[in-house]
Design a protein around this ligand. Structure first.
Ligand code: ADP
Length: 457
């Protein structure tokens, strides 16, 4: 088993985060394998090839980037072109041929390095938008065995995808995989529509697709979480301590909670405006509800994030100035991360979980919020219809995050929802979150991938 992801976990350290744990388990379950990725280090000029570390029966193979590669491949093409376009923000995308050349170069170099680790009976699984071209590079380096890809972010509608000057190159490279996994049917349908309308693909009777001289499968595998782990954290010592610390401050007020990386895809300004609108529309909620938004800055070296930060500072300041009182601050906005234990405790304390991205591949915070609830007094999830999780979490109040009044109404509905309705909605969401766990995700992808060699090509 050979797995590649841009970031890997650190050898010897606890594997934190759903994806890191899932990959780690996949490798160990199969009696070992290789986990390949970027070391997280940048060097001024030459790179040092691959450094190998072993932990249990897993070999970490880590490659460095040069500073120029980091700029062009990572900060540039991956995060300033692919990320915005795949999240429907063509307005924020920055297309630069030199950055694409760096992206291609890193995918080529990494693909060749990875090909060196493969043996005939291996299975290769490559992750996410950093490595869209790597499968094709592997094929060109002679790898003929089963090879799957999973896209963790959305795949946009063809009308948006084609704004990327290199869309054809990228789609062609993706088709070199045997199995392409998406978060949702929405994403898979977008990719297939691109192939049908632009890639002149043939859809075979057995469900396979022929395009760009390759035959492959596509399927949605919505990524999940380990619900018991989150529940354990929410009920654990640190979780309950965090909840009671915040509980003392908010007193008897209902808590509305948002937890996100600070990213323009998360719809944070819309969310603050919606909360302000609710205070405006329903005077009696003033002084009775507190909104806590936790949002640590991510990739702060990119202009778009600095603009977002300034906008949030200004919005929360204005709403607090307009509505706050001597003993009540409407919005508490914390631009820093918290340990998972504490987050889980805060999810459980909340009356409303506000998860309103403008566009999101899945959104695991929504699932974590559900898993952390007290079954006897669960909170309400207000969820964007544009989060991948909306395909599964039918008990949430779904909103269009661009519609400020509707989001304000949904928050109000959540705060006032009777207990029996909260329990009913939560139950159906919780069972979905438990069924489609992170273990289910990895197993179903790998089972499908490992069936590939049996299929006649
Ligand atoms: P994304 O991958 O776009 O950041 P997800 O919601 O799918 O969004 O996953 C985010 C993960 O990071 C979740 O597991 C969540 O618990 C964690 N996380 C998000 N925001 C914070 C934060 N402010 N502090 C600590 N962890 C966070």
């Amino acid at each position: 088993m050979i797995i590649a992801s841009n970031r890997t976990a650190s050898p010897g350290e606890p594997k934190v985060g759903g994806l890191a744990v899932a990959i780690w388990e996949a490798l160990r379950e199969r009696g070992g394998g290789v986990w390949f990725g970027w070391s997280g280090e940048t060097l001024e000029r030459e790179t040092r090839g691959v450094r190998l570390f072993a932990e249990d029966n897993v070999d970490f193979a880590l490659a460095d980037l040069t500073e120029a590669e980091y700029e062009g491949y990572y900060l540039g093409y991956a995060n300033r072109a692919l990320w915005p376009v795949f999240h429907y923000r063509v307005d924020l995308a920055h297309f630069d041929d030199h950055e694409f050349a760096m992206y291609e170069e890193v995918n080529r170099r990494f693909g060749r390095l990875l090909a060196q680790f493969t043996r005939t009976d291996d299975t290769v699984w490559i992750h996410d938008y950093h490595f869209l071209l790597m499968g094709q590079e592997m094929r060109q380096s002679g790898w003929e065995g089963p090879m799957g890809f999973f896209l963790h972010i959305p795949f946009p509608a063809p009308e948006i995808f084609t704004s990327l000057p290199q869309h054809n190159r990228i789609a062609r490279a993706l088709c070199a995989f045997d199995l392409i996994g998406f978060q949702t049917d929405r994403d898979r349908a977008n990719f297939e529509r691109y192939l049908r309308e632009i890639g002149r693909a043939t859809f075979l009777d057995d469900g396979r697709i022929r395009a760009f001289d390759h035959v492959f499968r596509t399927k949605a595998y919505p990524i999940g979480i380990d619900a018991d782990e989150i529940l354990g954290l929410a009920e654990g010592e640190e979780g309950t301590a965090a909840a009671s610390r915040l509980g003392r401050i908010i007193d008897q007020r209902a808590l509305v909670l948002g937890v996100d990386r600070m990213d323009y895809s998360k719809g944070l300004p819309n969310r603050m405006e919606a909360f302000g609108r609710m205070l405006d529309d329903h005077e009696h909620t003033r002084g009775r509800v507190s909104f806590l938004q936790i949002a640590p800055p991510s990739r702060s070296d990119v202009d778009a994030y600095q603009d977002l930060r300034a906008e949030l500072d200004q919005l929360s300041g204005r709403i607090n100035g307009d509505y706050g009182d001597l003993d009540w601050v409407p919005i508490r906005y914390l631009a820093r991360g918290y340990p998972r234990e504490m987050l889980a405790g805060l999810y459980r304390l909340s009356r409303v979980g506000l998860v309103t991205p403008l566009y999101d591949g899945m959104n695991l915070v929504a699932k974590e919020f559900v898993a952390a609830q007290n079954p006897e007094d669960p909170g309400v999830l207000v969820l964007s219809e544009f989060a991948g999780a909306a395909e599964q979490l039918d008990g949430a109040i779904l909103v269009n995050p661009h519609d400020i009044s509707a989001t304000a109404d949904a928050i109000y509905q959540g705060i006032n929802m009777p207990l029996d309705e909260r329990i009913e909605r939560w139950k159906s969401m919780d069972s979905g979150v438990r069924d489609r766990s992170i273990a289910w995700w990895r197993k179903s992808f790998l089972e499908d991938l490992e069936k590939i060699p049996e299929e006649v090509k």
